[in-house]
Design a protein around this ligand. Structure first.
Ligand SMILES: Cc1ncc(COP(=O)(O)O)c(C=O)c1O
Length: 398
């Protein structure tokens, strides 16, 4: 159960309200006194007008130095942040030569693998020399190296599914896969706090989207019953397929998915389960295999297992793991596999090596030690708590 800090929420909304009101006020006067200053090319419709433009000019630009600061080192527990200055009220920022050493509360890096690692780093450097930084090709042309094959086997084995396919970006994994596995006539039932990549993937699929209250299995069941009874809009034909999309750990809340209950409901109503383990894979479970391992859910009951390599593995990219038929189908049809450059070989090697460390296959006991000494129950974890855990272990699982 999340407790809402009402005072903080109220003062935050009040500050935003104040900035919004002043912004509107200033825009109003600008229109009156500056009317001859056309803000766009003559004869063209404005390209960036609307609430986003207003938000950027009047709210974001004022505080933008808090965000997007250039980093001058690896995203370890402490990192080097480049100082900037502005001569035009923060509209533009210029870099200085000054660097501040800061405590890093912003990067994922849950297990500290982005720092130089005695096992991973030499192997990543070797792979860079052997395969180069990029394959410069899609997976189906020249972009499948032996490392890609090894990585897919390694991921499938790690998450407990027969097969897996990997992509160069976690975000794209969701947004490109959902439109391939479901379309018009299908129904996606999505947790209300699902990540934007899922939202965009669902929208792009053309399927009907319904949302259930965050992590509330009883509401999911209610939505499923109503939708199955109603069928497709207008025709009321049965849905071609139903997919329920949830996350293993919700990143902004640090909250664990009620997966056993959700899986039971999906089985009852014959809906597929799509589980995004971006924040849970590698981070929870007795051997780091994610929420299924932690909550005692059989991976055979989760039809589509998705995850990213940016959080626990210190790399980049994403994966889908599932049945052999599903993965083969994705490899034949998914545009992110057919038309996008494959994951960079050193990034693939980093994932393979970090999984080996987690599983204790590197010849050390670092992996097992990491999970056996988690200090508290993972339901209380938030992104920050993970990080504190990692920092307490000098930025790596040892
Ligand atoms: C739940 C979830 N899915 C997908 C992604 C996208 O992953 P990536 O950042 O690796 O592209 C994120 C990013 O944080 C996420 O939180």
């Amino acid at each position: 159960m999340i407790t809402i800090p009402y005072l903080t929420a109220l003062t935050t909304y009040f500050s935003y309200g104040l900035l919004f009101a002043f912004g509107q006020f200033r825009d109003f006067f600008r229109k009156i006194f500056d009317w001859w200053h056309a803000s766009n090319l003559e004869g063209y419709a404005p390209i960036c007008l609307g609430l986003e433009d207003f938000y950027t000019r009047r709210l974001y630009l004022r505080i933008q130095d808090c965000f997007g600061r250039p980093i001058a080192s690896a995203p370890d527990g402490w990192f080097d942040v480049v100082e900037r200055y502005s001569n035009d009220n923060n509209k533009t920022l210029k870099r200085t030569d000054k660097i501040s050493r800061c405590l890093n509360l912003g990067s994922y890096n849950y297990l500290g693998f982005t720092a130089a690692d005695e096992y991973c780093t030499p192997r990543v450097i070797d792979s860079l020399c052997r395969f180069s930084a990029s394959t410069c090709s899609t997976r189906v042309e020249g972009g499948t190296t032996t490392l890609h094959k090894e990585l897919e086997e390694c991921v499938a084995n790690f998450v407990g599914k027969p097969a897996a396919v990997v992509f160069g970006m976690g975000y794209v994994t969701n947004s490109a896969i959902l439109p391939v596995i479901i379309g018009k006539g299908g129904l996606i039932i999505s947790d209300s706090l699902n990540h934007n990549s899922i939202v965009n993937g669902a929208r792009g699929s053309g399927a009907t989207i319904r949302v259930f209250q965050h992590n509330t299995p009883s509401h999911l069941e209610k939505v499923l019953r109503e939708q199955i009874a109603d069928g497709q809009p207008r025709t009321h034909r049965p849905w071609k397929k139903i997919i329920v999309v949830v996350e293993g750990i919700y990143s902004m809340e640090g909250e664990l998915c009620k997966l056993p209950e959700i899986v039971a409901i999906c089985k009852k109503y014959k809906a597929y389960v799509y589980l995004d383990e971006a924040h849970s894979i590698g981070a929870v479970g007795k051997t780091g295999r994610g929420v299924c391992e932690l909550l005692g859910v059989d991976t055979a009951d989760v039809d589509i297992m998705m995850g990213t390599f940016t959080k626990s593995f210190g790399s980049c990219g994403g994966y889908i793991a599932g049945s052999k038929e599903l993965i083969q189908y994705l490899k034949y049809t998914c545009p992110a596999h057919l038309y996008a450059t494959s994951i960079s070989p050193p990034a693939a090697q980093q994932i393979i090596s970090s999984i080996k460390v987690i599983l204790g296959e590197d010849g050390s006991s670092r992996g097992c030690c990491c999970y056996s000494c988690f200090p508290c129950h993972p339901t209380t974890f938030s992104q920050g708590t993970y990080l504190h855990f990692c920092l307490a272990h000098q930025g790596r699982p040892s």
